[in-house]
Design a protein around this ligand. Structure first.
Ligand code: NAD
Ligand code: IPM
Ligand code: MN
Length: 361
């Protein structure tokens, strides 16, 4: 089988973790006789510097025609001027919007070998297996008006949270469908005691739930959800939430798993690829980690596990995805850890070990 992948390394540690992941993918391709054709394109700060735009036309075009996309991270202090007209992050947001990737799946599992890497008490972490379904193309990130302006001589800013019932319904259906393949529980997280958008969210989710009688639905306010995530995380199966809440809650959840560096994500919408599977964007949940960029010590696990999701969801390669996940687990089990998990191994050493474990299986 031949698949076309677009690689978007981006900024900071992005190129380090994407090149490590591509090495692993190419080894997997050789072992399983796959032809993975890769095309690298610019996004984020590097694209701004080279083309003057965070998402050049050529990148959008290549992504539309790909079977799947693997992204590192975008952004960094170099492009952080608050008065800048264009920012690296707009590239990522525009890509999510252009491909209508409304559902961002962020699985959070606790690997028993990493329990001691989490600052939480070990007994809190037993049995944690959560899937966060984050709405990705609506809410505060995209609502209009969104601007800076002057009023009565004072500078002001506005961002708008907007949702339509249709936007909520499609991501809710995705969450309920996924819950049906898991422990059949959906926890919808909102702020319905304050926000009008959340009240529409809750009513729409309740309406969708009628089509899924086998799924248990509960609603939790986002502030309480943030607390339960670290006190009783085993209670959650699928968490369904809007864009901004999902962004914040998943960085918090990474602490359950041990580090920001290990959580993967898959973003999907209605577009299909040449295999009739979702044309997805796969990326770790973390950012460009400017504090460690260039040091060769970034943890590539989140990106490698994102590649496993890519194989499973966009290419239908379940066995290959499982083999990749197993090779990562074995590497961690053998004590190979990058500094974020308290280890002393660098990106390269970790990657080489994953490749060795792939071959051994
Ligand atoms: P960050 O996720 O980049 O870093 C937070 C902390 O986690 C840092 O201490 C960092 O060293 C650590 N970390 C993150 N990934 C790691 C990895 N793979 N291995 C080891 N340690 C890792 O968040 P930030 O510092 O708030 O943001 C930095 C930049 O990244 C900003 O410009 C932000 O906009 C951008 N960002 C991009 C994405 C994305 O591209 N998807 C996501 C989040 C943040
Ligand atoms: C993420 C990131 C992005 C987001 C930024 C870089 C736009 O934090 O993917 O979690 O907020 O969605
Ligand atoms: Mn984030």
């Amino acid at each position: 089988m031949k698949a076309n992948l677009v690689l978007l390394p981006g900024d900071g540690i992005g190129p380090e973790i994407v090149s490590a992941t591509v090495e692993v993918l190419q080894k997997l391709a050789a072992l399983y006789k796959l032809d993975l054709v890769t095309k690298e394109c610019a996004i984020g700060g590097i694209a701004l510097d080279t083309y003057g735009l965070p998402l050049p036309e050529e990148t959008i075009h290549a992504c539309h025609n790909a079977d799947a996309i693997l992204l590192g991270a975008v952004g960094g202090p170099k492009w952080d001027d608050p008065n800048a007209k264009l920012r690296p992050e707009q590239g990522l947001l525009s890509l999510r919007k252009a491909l209508e990737l409304f559902g961002n799946l962020r699985p959070v599992k606790v690997n028993p070998d990493l329990i001691e890497a989490s600052p939480l008490k070990p007994e809190r972490l037993k049995g944690v297996d959560v899937l966060v379904v984050r709405e990705l193309t609506g809410g505060l990130y995209f609502g209009q008006p969104k601007r800076r302006y002057f009023e009565n001589g004072e500078e002001k800013a506005v961002d708008s949270m907007t949702y339509s019932a249709g936007e909520i319904e499609r991501v809710a259906r995705l969450a309920f469908d996924l819950a049906g393949k898991r422990r059949r529980k959906v926890t919808s997280v909102d702020k319905a005691n304050v926000l009008e958008c959340s009240r529409l969210w809750r009513q729409t989710v309740n309406r969708v739930a009628k089509d899924y009688p086998e799924i248990t639905l509960e609603h939790i306010l986002v502030d309480a959800a943030a607390m339960y995530l670290v006190t009783r995380p085993e209670l959650f199966d699928v968490i369904l939430t809007e864009n901004m809440f999902g962004d914040i809650l998943t960085d918090e959840s990474s602490i359950l798993a041990g580090s920001m560096g290990i959580l993967p994500s898959a973003s999907v919408g209605n577009h299909s690829n040449s295999f009739g599977k979702p044309l997805g964007l796969y990326e770790p949940i973390h950012g460009s980690a400017p504090d460690i960029a260039g040091k060769g010590i970034a943890n590539p696990t989140g990106t490698i596990l994102s590649a496993a999701l890519l194989l499973r969801y966009s290419l239908g390669l379940d066995a290959e995805a499982a083999a990749l996940e197993k090779a990562v687990e074995q590497t961690i089990a053998s004590g190979i850890r990058t500094p974020d998990l308290g280890g002393q191994y660098n990106t390269r050493e970790f990657t080489v070990e994953v490749i060795k474990n792939l071959q051994a299986n």
